[in-house]
Design a protein around this ligand. Structure first.
Ligand code: ASP
Length: 356
C-alpha cells in the first residue's frame, strides 16, 4: 500500500500558536506541515493533501453541526483517498470519534483522529510524532473504521476516552483492546478484523436507504437535539433531575454508580418518581453507563439498580459513545422511541459488548 492520505485540519492544540488570550488555532498550520513533512523523503510516508475546516476550532467549541461538516468532507472524499486523518482538539475528540463511527458506518476508508497535548509550534511537543505516525499508519495499513491515534496507540474511536489532561498518554479505551501499538514496529492486534462488530442487521431498514453517511437531520441553526448527560452524586435531589429533564429531553445518559445503581424508591421516592415518569410510555430514553473508568452496567445485580425506574443498560459504553449514539439515533426522525431504546442496548458499530 502507500496510498495518498487526506489530512483534514479542524483546529485543536496540535496546530495552535500562542496569543494574548492563550493558545488559538493557527490558520497557517497546513503550510507549515507541508514545508516540514513534505521535505522528508522516506518510502513509509505517503503522499498527502491537507485541507482546513472553517472556522478552525478549539474542540471545546464543537457542536453537532461541526460533526456534520466533518462527515460531509469525509463522504465527499471517500473515493479519492483510502485514508484520512482528522486533526482535532483533544478535549472533545472522543465525542467526535464516537459520533463519526455512527455517521460513517459502512464506509471502507481508514479514518484516524489525532491531535496533541503540546502544539507542533513548540520546541518540545508530541504533535509531530502523533501526526507522522498517523500518516504512516493511514497510508500503509487498511483499517476501515474510525480510530484515534495518540501516544503510540491506536484505539477504536467509539471506545476511546480522554483520561489525562496533561500527560502525553491522554487517551485510553478502557473496555476494549488497542487496535495497534507502536514501538520499534507497528503492531496491529493479531486475529483482528476491522469492522467485525458492524451490525447492519440491527439498523433500521429505513436508515439503510440513507447509507453510507447519515447526517443529523435537525435544522443546524436550531441546535435542538434534546439529549443530555447527568452524573449521579450523593445528595442529588428529585428537583435537580426534574429540571434537567425539562423541557422534555428525548434522551439522557446517566452516569450511575458502579454497575448501574442509584437512589431507590424506598429511600428517595421523589427521585424515583421523576425518573419513572420520564421513562413511562418511552417519552424519554434514559440509559445508564458506569461512573467507573472500566467495567459495565449490570442492571440485575443490586436492589439499588435503576432498572425499576425504567432505565436501560448502556453495557460498557463510554459516556461519549452513549451520548453520541443517542444524538445519532434520536436525530433520525424515522426511528420511533421504542426502536431507539432497542438499538441503544445493542452493539451497532463495536461501541459496546453485548451478550449476543
Ligand atoms: N482545548 C484544546 C482542544 O480541544 C485541547 C487540545 O487540543 O489538546 O481543542
Amino acid at each position: 500500500m502507500n496510498s495518498k492520505v487526506l489530512i483534514i485540519y479542524t483546529g485543536g492544540t496540535i496546530g495552535m500558536i500562542p496569543s494574548e488570550k492563550g493558545f488559538i488555532p493557527d490558520p497557517d498550520f497546513p503550510k507549515k506541515i507541508i514545508k516540514d513533512l513534505g521535505q522528508i523523503k522516506d518510502e513509509q510516508i505517503p503522499p498527502f493533501d491537507i485541507i482546513s475546516m472553517s472556522p478552525l476550532l478549539d474542540s471545546s467549541n464543537m457542536t453537532p453541526a461541526d460533526w456534520n461538516k466533518i462527515a460531509k468532507v469525509i463522504d465527499k472524499n471517500k473515493n479519492n483517498y483510502q485514508g484520512m486523518i482528522v486533526l482535532h482538539g483533544t478535549d472533545t475528540m472522543a465525542y467526535t470519534a464516537s459520533v463519526l463511527g455512527f455517521m460513517l458506518q459502512g464506509l471502507n476508508n481508514s479514518i484516524i483522529l489525532t491531535g496533541s497535548q503540546i502544539p507542533y509550534s513548540q520546541v518540545r511537543n508530541d504533535a509531530r510524532d502523533n501526526l507522522l505516525t498517523s500518516l504512516i499508519i493511514c497510508g500503509n495499513y487498511d483499517i476501515p473504521e474510525v480510530s484515534v491515534y495518540f501516544n503510540n496507540k491506536l484505539f477504536r474511536g467509539c471506545r476511546s476516552t480522554k483520561i489525562d489532561a496533561t500527560r502525553f498518554g491522554a487517551f485510553d479505551s478502557p473496555n476494549y483492546p488497542v487496535l495497534a501499538e507502536v514501538g520499534v514496529n507497528i503492531g496491529l492486534r493479531k486475529k483482528r478484523s476491522f469492522n467485525i462488530d458492524l451490525r447492519e442487521d440491527l439498523i433500521n431498514d429505513k436508515l439503510k436507504k440513507q447509507a453510507p453517511v447519515y447526517y443529523f437531520e435537525q435544522d443546524e441553526d436550531e441546535r435542538d437535539y434534546e439529549v443530555g448527560v447527568l452524573r449521579l452524586f450523593p445528595g442529588i435531589s428529585a428537583d435537580f433531575v426534574y429540571h434537567i429533564l425539562q423541557p422534555k429531553l428525548k434522551g439522557l445518559v446517566i452516569e450511575a454508580y458502579g454497575v448501574g445503581n442509584g437512589p431507590t424508591k424506598e429511600k428517595n421516592p421523589e427521585f424515583f418518581k421523576v425518573l419513572s415518569e420520564a421513562t413511562k410510555n418511552d417519552d424519554t430514553v434514559i440509559v445508564a453507563v458506569t461512573q467507573c473508568l472500566r467495567g459495565e452496567v449490570i442492571l440485575d445485580e443490586y436492589a439499588t439498580s435503576l432498572k425499576s425506574a425504567g432505565v436501560i443498560s448502556g453495557h460498557d459504553m463510554t459516556v461519549e459513545a452513549a451520548l453520541a449514539k443517542l444524538y445519532y439515533l434520536i436525530s433520525k426522525e424515522k426511528l420511533n422511541m421504542k426502536e431507539v431504546k432497542k438499538l441503544m442496548q445493542k452493539n451497532c458499530i463495536g461501541e459496546l459488548t453485548d451478550d449476543e
